[in-house]
Design a protein around this ligand. Sequence first.
Ligand code: ATP
Ligand code: MG
Length: 365
Amino acid sequence: MIGIDGAIIWANNAELKLLGYGERNEYVGKNASQFYADYNSYSNMFQKLNSGEGIHDYPIRLKCKNGTTKDVLIDSTVAWDDDGKFLYTRCFTRDMTATDKINELRIAEKAKCQTLKYKTNFLATVTHEIRTPLNGIIGMASLLLETAPFTPLQKEYVETIATTGDFLLTLVNDILDLSKVDSGKMVIESIPFNIVKVVEDVRKMSISGAEQKGLNLLSLVDNNLQSVENILTSNDFSESIYLGDPFRLKQILINYVNNAVKFTAHGTVSIGIDIKKSKFAEDIDEVTLTVEDTGIGVASTVDLFEPFSQADNTISRRYGGTGLGLSICRKLGRLMGGETGVRSTLGQVGIFTTSSVSPSISPTL
Ligand SMILES: Nc1ncnc2c1ncn2[C@@H]1O[C@H](COP(=O)(O)OP(=O)(O)OP(=O)(O)O)[C@@H](O)[C@H]1O
Ligand SMILES: [Mg+2]
């Protein structure tokens, strides 16, 4: 069993014997990656598990205590708790040294990895190349808008170029982010940051969009943290400094708030943070970021966190969008050791991400 931080939580005697470990503490408690001979296959396996796929007959080579290696087949599943939070990964290992099946499976797995790699590299390159000329088009359209006077029709045309360009840029950036995560190139930072400020920044960025629709936009902070106002006036950030990736947490929240504003006609959108000690490691806290709204709600059985999925096929026509935002949030949340989910009834929806952050030892912000 492997925990949220990659450490082995438990192993049975057969596994210890297979790899030649006599004492349990030579194996249990260590980071699992150090027992895999090929790091790429190891990270590919965890990427599959993180994306919710179970692993069956996955061929992999493990390192034994005496320096030799063992070919094994792994069956693996992830255990989530009732709130959709990651608990641990359960792996069953079968010794397959010198069997034909392992060679066959290894060749097939390598071919699959290669195809996936070509696909994600192709997407990453193409989207990256599209971004430069697209920025040129958007930039020129906004400069053109400043060269008035225009006839109303000319103004409408230029504004359409600018808004369509913005839409295309968001789509290209989303595809680039997805292919970056899929190719294992998305790096999650671990830097000191103020979690309350993350929420406040997102609120400030989104307030004008919410006000244009007549919505209230609130930020609700966990009782253990000081209120945003207190922190900002006293300049004392010490209670809310954590180590983690503020940029990616903001990206998740912005996606949620944009959705909430888009799908709500009246009422309130609120952003909440809740922080708890992790059950798995003393030095890790779990932060849950939730955005709630009083909009159309989600009555769909579709997994909205899958790429290109929307509640039904009228959504794109009525509200715009391509169904990529939530899938990026799920992938980022999982890279940060967390989970994402929806709690919804018609008329009230809350979308959340839980991720791991460490309390910062030396606040520097
Ligand atoms: N707050 C919400 N209220 C109601 N439905 C929601 C909400 N957030 C997401 N959804 C549903 O989940 C779907 C997927 O959301 P997602 O953010 O991935 O895509 P999108 O907003 O349609 O497009 P994109 O984010 O790519 O511009 C939405 O199309 C909508 O059906
Ligand atoms: Mg969206």
